[in-house]
Design a protein around this ligand. Structure first.
Ligand code: URP
Ligand code: ZN
Ligand code: ZN
Ligand code: ZN
Length: 460
């Protein structure tokens, strides 16, 4: 099977070229002007932008969490990702405390294998670091292609690890050529504030926000960065939301130590005023919570200054019925919001079309940097000869409105209901195959494959 994409404006992290792309099988064979080659399928991309397929390195599909499961399966979640121009996602395996990493891997494989529509990989969340877990790190890196290890510095009593475990994990992961990532908020402080608000009868979603003030994130981000610097372990902060945490990352840079950091689309676009309405605010109950306008400004600047390398989603959807588990107690609202399908179009419309980031920066933070940091580059994350033909053909002028009425995520509300966007996904190719065309999905479950990742780098 061969495909020729003609006359598109190809944007990578570093280039902007009018050219044709010739694809043979799963990979890009030739890139050049006016290619005269016979192809089984010819796509005219005149007037379109041609990007590498999006990579979302932070999603939670069918995740057991807070007494329920996130509502997108591997099938629905990766399909919705493709509709939104994201061809590869990295999901989080959660170790059960007291059990092995291998057990958790087997469980996640049983959910993903044969069901994913788009490509996927796994991070391993270590929730119980001990002598047995330590022995499994090498196997994960060398045999399973799982090279990033996630820690939670919050969710006390459930997923949280203490600093003793963190430092031990960092030393082992560094030795094996991996990376440690963190949900960096101060779990003890949050635990105290949640209990305090509850004892005062303050039970609405607003108190979820007030239980996780900026300092809880700034402190933990700084602590994580210092532990990473001490151990020399490559490090990455997930879902960074605020100016204080960003300053901790900046400070690490001043000491000539790089801590990679990711923000998520919601923290760039939404703010904490959404919690001021009654229970409706539960739609945006996530951890860390939405912040303030000054934080949004800091995050956009952080992207342009290269302090934040990735814009992900932390996609973790729950049906409204599931959110209502916390109707009488904010601490029981399952944490997370749906965005896997909306990330690329939101970032283009609100970032590129409104002049906040350049086209090249858009590609960097939506695809290339995640591929580089997490050991998938140059197979994924760029448009180059030899790379997987994961390609997003994007109409920069099309206008459309986001709504739960026509999204493909398995969730009955949209966190961006009624948002009017400029720029729309038109055609998506995954490993050389057209998977989305004009809002139709052309492939079935089982189309997605697991991507084994290489050892990671602490320089990009
Ligand atoms: O609220 C969130 N973020 N839910 C998913 C779990 C996590 O902390 O990433
Ligand atoms: Zn988290
Ligand atoms: Zn310092
Ligand atoms: Zn998450």
């Amino acid at each position: 099977m061969s495909v020729l994409i003609k006359n598109g404006r190809i944007i990578t992290a570093s280039a902007d070229t009018l050219a044709d792309i010739f694809i043979e099988g799963e990979t890009i064979k030739t890139i050049g002007k006016n290619l005269h080659v016979a192809a089984d399928e010819v796509i005219d991309a005149e007037g379109m932008l041609v990007f590498p397929g999006g990579i979302d390195p932070h999603v939670h599909l069918e995740m057991p969490f807070m007494g329920t499961f996130s509502s997108d399966t591997y099938e629905t979640g990766t399909r919705a990702a493709l509709y939104g121009g994201t061809t590869t996602v990295i999901d989080f395996i959660l170790q059960t405390q007291g059990r092995s990493l291998k057990d958790a891997l087997t469980e996640w494989q049983s959910r993903a294998t044969g069901n994913a529509v788009g490509d996927y990989s796994f991070h391993m969340a270590v929730t119980d670091f001990n002598e047995d877990t330590k022995k499994e790190i090498k196997q994960m890196v060398e045999e399973e292609g799982i090279t990033s290890f996630k820690t939670f510095m919050a969710y006390k009593g459930a997923l949280m690890v203490d600093d003793r475990q963190m430092v031990g994990l960092m030393q082992e992961v560094k030795k094996q050529g991996g990376m440690v990532t963190a949900h960096a908020t101060n779990g003890d402080m949050i635990d105290y504030l949640v209990a305090k608000h509850k004892s005062e009868g303050k039970l609405s979603p607003l108190y979820h926000y007030l239980s996780q003030p900026e300092v809880t994130e700034a402190e933990a981000s700084g602590r994580f960065a210092h532990m990473a610097a001490y151990t020399g372990c490559p490090a990455y902060i997930v879902h960074l939301t605020c100016e204080g945490a960003l300053n901790a990352v900046r400070d690490a840079g001043k000491h000539n130590y790089q801590v990679f950091a990711e923000t998520c689309i919601q923290y760039l676009l939404l703010d904490a005023s959404l919690y001021e309405q009654d229970f409706e605010g539960a739609k945006w109950v996530m951890s860390p919570p939405l912040r303030e306008l000054k934080d949004q400004r800091a995050l956009w600047a952080g992207i342009n200054q290269g302090l934040l390398q990735v814009v992900a989603t932390d996609h973790c959807p729950f049906m409204w019925e599931q959110k209502k588990m916390g109707e009488k107690d904010f601490s029981k609202i399952p944490n997370g919001h749906p965005a896997i399908e909306n990330r690329i179009e939101l970032l283009y419309s609100e970032g590129v079309a409104k002049g906040k980031i350049s086209l090249n920066k858009f590609v960097e933070v939506s695809s290339t940097n995640a591929a580089k940091i997490f050991g998938m580059f140059p197979r994924k994350g760029t448009i180059a000869v030899g790379s997987d033909a994961d390609i997003l053909i994007f109409d920069p002028n099309a206008k459309h409105t986001l709504s739960a009425k026509h999204h493909h995520m398995n969730v009955d509300y949209s966190a961006y209901e009624g948002w009017e966007l400029t720029g729309k996904v038109k055609t998506v190719l995954l490993r050389g195959k057209v998977v989305i065309d004009n809002n139709h999905c052309l492939v079935e479950k089982g189309n997605g494959t697991f991507i084994k990742r290489n050892k990671v780098s602490n320089i990009i």
